[in-house]
Design a protein around this ligand. Structure first.
Ligand SMILES: [Zn+2]
Ligand SMILES: [Zn+2]
Length: 239
């Protein structure tokens, strides 16, 4: 495929993979301008749109189920809708892995200016996929998104082999919110190299946050293995 892509680039200049216009390669500025921000105000802990001064619905559910989130805070760069949702769909299900670079760069910019201004992290961790899913897709989109983020934030990236998913993903989309919460466990994840995360302030990245259950369980596994603190960032937020 790559050889063919290279050949086609000679004939056709690369175009935006999301809207297919010829204006700019990969991801055009018009598509980026259409990304919808998460509506303010948001919950200071989990980032869910929420009434100010109140514990949000998701934080309440997390307190009931787990005694609270295992992450310090979660933030998303945009809403899981329109052009951003389409871009993530292409990245995950249509083999458009080239989109990870401009999307990751956009996320990095958001982290520096809006989501975590002034914060510093010791390492960036991509949410792992199960071996089966990683094999079928050929790549983990979170790892590809984490690379430009690590570069721009000038933070090390935890190697993909240091933190793994030991139990296969259920089809979360088909489950209701309650089922999702009870279907996941921190034991679904395993830290292979605890020395790499012990005492570290980590930024855990995934493409989309829905209930937060998966990212909670992954954070809990990282904390259990000795991470000092875990913050979560996703490209989009579905609600
Ligand atoms: Zn476009
Ligand atoms: Zn919340």
């Amino acid at each position: 495929m790559r050889a063919l892509d290279g050949f086609l680039d000679l004939i056709y200049p690369p175009r935006c993979l999301v809207c297919e216009s010829w204006e700019e390669p990969l991801l055009c500025s018009e598509c980026v301008a259409q990304f919808v921000p998460v509506p303010a105000p948001i919950c200071v802990v989990c980032g869910h749109p929420s009434e100010p001064e109140r514990v949000c619905r998701l934080c309440e559910a997390a307190a009931d189920r787990w005694g609270g989130w295992a992450f310090e805070q979660a933030r998303a760069a945009g809403q899981h809708t329109g052009a951003l949702r389409h871009a993530l769909h292409l990245l995950k299900y249509r083999q458009k892995d080239a989109l990870a670079e401009p999307l990751g760069a956009w996320l990095a910019d958001k982290c520096l200016t809006e989501l975590f201004p002034g914060s510093s992290f010791d390492a960036i961790v991509a949410l792992p996929l199960s071996i089966k899913k990683r094999k079928r897709r050929g790549y983990n989109q979170a790892v590809l998104l984490a690379q430009p983020l690590a570069e721009q934030l000038q933070v090390a990236m935890l190697p993909e082999t240091a933190f793994v998913r030991t139990r296969a993903e259920q089809s979360q989309m088909r489950l209701g919110a309650q089922q999702r919460l009870s279907n996941l466990s921190p034991d679904d994840f395993s830290v292979v190299d605890s020395d790499a995360i012990r005492g570290q302030n980590l930024l855990l990245l995934d493409d989309v946050l829905t209930t937060g259950a998966t990212l909670h369980c992954a954070s809990a596994a990282l904390r259990k293995a000795g991470a000092a603190q875990v913050s979560v960032v996703t490209l989009s937020r579905a609600f």
